[in-house]
Design a protein around this ligand. Structure first.
Ligand SMILES: Cc1cc2nc3c(=O)[nH]c(=O)nc-3n(C[C@H](O)[C@H](O)[C@H](O)COP(=O)(O)OP(=O)(O)OC[C@H]3O[C@@H](n4cnc5c(N)ncnc54)[C@H](O)[C@@H]3O)c2cc1C
Length: 337
């Protein structure tokens, strides 16, 4: 059923008000197809919504919002080493991680507590603490919005990159992701190379960690570092970490000897966007009811009642100042609507 004039405030973690002209949720593929068929006549602009944890709503939405409520998790096949598990797109990502851990299936424990839905996770190849979806990805099924046929995409076809996939680029707005199948381990190779995880495990006095221990460590680190959207509206990291060439990096390092960075490959260096924003003086900056989080320069926040366009304008001012000071172009990670 299509509802009219629905406030999207409860549907985005920034907690921003935005009125959707039309809104419908679907919990079956047939329901989704029926809605899309109706829309082929109406020709409304579409917004497929999961948990709304990676969007910035800058205005009212004059189209049709489709809230994904496709549920279900099933084992497709398994042997003594691994297990293919398919999860429907409307499942909450963190609930899926907990399902995996409960069933002793490894590979996504480092991705614990990332907000949002399973369906959105391949969109930007979610990642944290040295692991990305692409590392365990098997395939996904997506509905072609124009032809209403279901197509299967393997990892190569998804063309995953750092917070990127084909669905954010050339196929943007063309598919609704229905489900995703991951290849999870029964014999685990833990990735605790991120210092913070090692320190946390040591603090927990764990020397031989299980996947549950790693998940608990990640949850604990995240809870201590990141603002909880239930308390302060935000969408996590607002910007991506920029990647620059070695030559540009050498010049920057001369000017800013402490610049935070990670070597990416022979020719490229990844800079920490949070460091650049912090050093440029933005951390903790508050303008009326919105600003830059006091502990996390990468996170823009709504303290209550802010306007999405104002937050967008703030992101633009940050972007321009980073360009002026460092000559580095920041890119937004959050989807601007
Ligand atoms: C506190 C916090 C911490 C975060 N930490 C991380 C982190 O560590 N790593 C990380 O990678 N991300 C992180 N994020 C960002 C966010 O959690 C992820 O990007 C998540 O995958 C978004 O899921 P969602 O369901 O909320 O997507 P939404 O915000 O609902 O949608 C995001 C985009 O995907 C599209 N979309 C959603 N579902 C579908 C679908 N089924 N088919 C087609 N298109 C779809 C939407 O149209 C939109 O363009 C964080 C966010 C917050 C608030």
């Amino acid at each position: 059923m299509i509802q009219e004039n629905i406030n999207l405030q409860p549907h985005n973690t920034f907690g921003l008000e935005s009125i959707a002209k039309n809104f419908a949720s679907f919990n079956s593929i047939d329901e989704l197809k029926a809605l899309l068929t109706l829309n082929q006549t109406a020709q409304h602009e579409l917004l497929v919504l999961g948990g709304g944890s990676n969007i910035l709503l800058t205005k009212d939405f004059d189209g049709l919002v489709l809230k994904n409520d496709l549920m279900g998790i099933e084992v497709i096949s398994e042997d003594s080493n691994q297990c293919l598990v398919k999860a429907s797109a409307g499942e909450e990502w963190h609930e899926f991680v907990l399902y995996a851990i409960k069933n002793n299936l490894g590979g996504i424990e480092n991705l614990s507590l990332i907000p949002g839905s399973v369906g959105a996770s391949p969109m930007q190849n979610i990642g944290a603490y040295g692991v990305e979806i692409k590392d365990v990805f098997h395939e996904l099924e997506a509905l072609n919005i124009e032809t209403l046929t279901i197509e299967t995409f393997n990892a190569e076809q998804c063309s995953f990159g750092y917070r990127e996939s084909v669905f954010k680029r050339t196929l943007k707005g063309k598919y609704v992701i229905l489900n995703m199948t991951l290849n999870l381990t029964k014999v685990h190779e833990l990735n605790t190379s991120y210092g913070a995880i090692e320190n946390q495990l040591a603090e927990m006095e764990i020397s031989k960690p299980t996947i549950k221990n790693v998940s608990d460590a990640v949850i604990s680190i995240r809870q201590s570092k990141l603002p909880d959207p239930k308390k302060i509206g935000n969408s996590g990291s607002f910007f991506k970490n920029p990647v620059i060439g070695k030559k540009q990096f050498a010049a920057l390092k001369e000017k800013f000897p402490n610049i935070a960075h990670y070597p990416l490959d022979e020719d490229h260096i990844k800079l920490a966007a949070g460091w650049l924003i912090d050093q440029a003086g933005w951390k903790g900056k508050t303008i009326e009811n919105y600003g830059v989080h006091k502990n996390q320069a990468l996170v823009l926040v709504n303290y209550g009642g802010a306007n999405g366009q104002d937050i967008y304008n703030l992101s633009q001012a940050i972007l321009e100042s980073i360009q002026t000071i460092y000559g580095v172009t920041l890119e937004r990670e959050v989807n601007i609507i």
